[in-house]
Design a protein around this ligand. Structure first.
Ligand SMILES: [Zn+2]
Length: 176
């Protein structure tokens, strides 16, 4: 009798724990939201929004959302002889600079999406084809692809699999 009571109690306990355990095991990784402020680059507001949307539709572990306060990523515009750049830790923090001259030559959404790619952790790969976002200006001014390919999206997915944790890399300036 006491044994049966024990078993019943154990089953009840397991039933109570199981939903929580199952929920934890099957839940998708938490989405990390990177808030950005594009007010410093008013000429490129539309392109920045489109570039962010291209990333948002390609990855799920990190999403970019505009915010006027508390943003970790900001966009600015101006002239720099070396062109556009990203000052970033590669993990959602930093400043993206859009160069006017470059914006007249290259696809603007490709530029903003590319620089955003740096803020999400991707390096340049100029040797790549137009279908690669991080080939940047490599394929020339006729390239209008502004979306990451599946390899680039997978890379960002894995970089953000554990959320907003430091990658141990300080902020660096990546031109181009
Ligand atoms: Zn680049």
């Amino acid at each position: 009798m006491s044994k049966k009571t024990f078993v019943t109690g154990a089953v009840a306990l397991a039933a109570a724990i199981l939903p929580l355990t199952a929920g934890m095991a099957t839940a998708a990784p938490a989405v990390t939201t990177v808030y950005y402020d594009a007010s410093g680059a008013p000429s490129f507001a539309s392109a920045i929004s489109s570039g962010a949307a291209n990333w948002n539709s390609s990855v799920s572990n990190v999403q970019l959302r505009p915010s006027s306060s508390g943003a970790s990523l900001r966009y600015v515009e101006g002239n720099d002889p070396q062109g556009s750049y990203a000052d970033t830790d590669g993990h959602g923090t930093g400043t993206i600079f859009i160069d006017y001259t470059q914006a007249k030559q290259y696809d603007i959404v490709r530029i903003t999406a590319h620089e955003t790619g740096h803020a999400l952790g991707l390096p340049d790969h100029y040797e790549g084809p137009c279908s690669e976002l991080m080939s940047g200006g490599g394929p020339g001014t006729s390239c209008h692809n502004a979306k990451p390919n599946s390899t680039e999206a997978s890379r960002v997915q894995s970089l953000w699999a554990n959320g907003l944790v430091s990658n141990g890399v300080g902020t660096q300036r990546i031109y181009g």
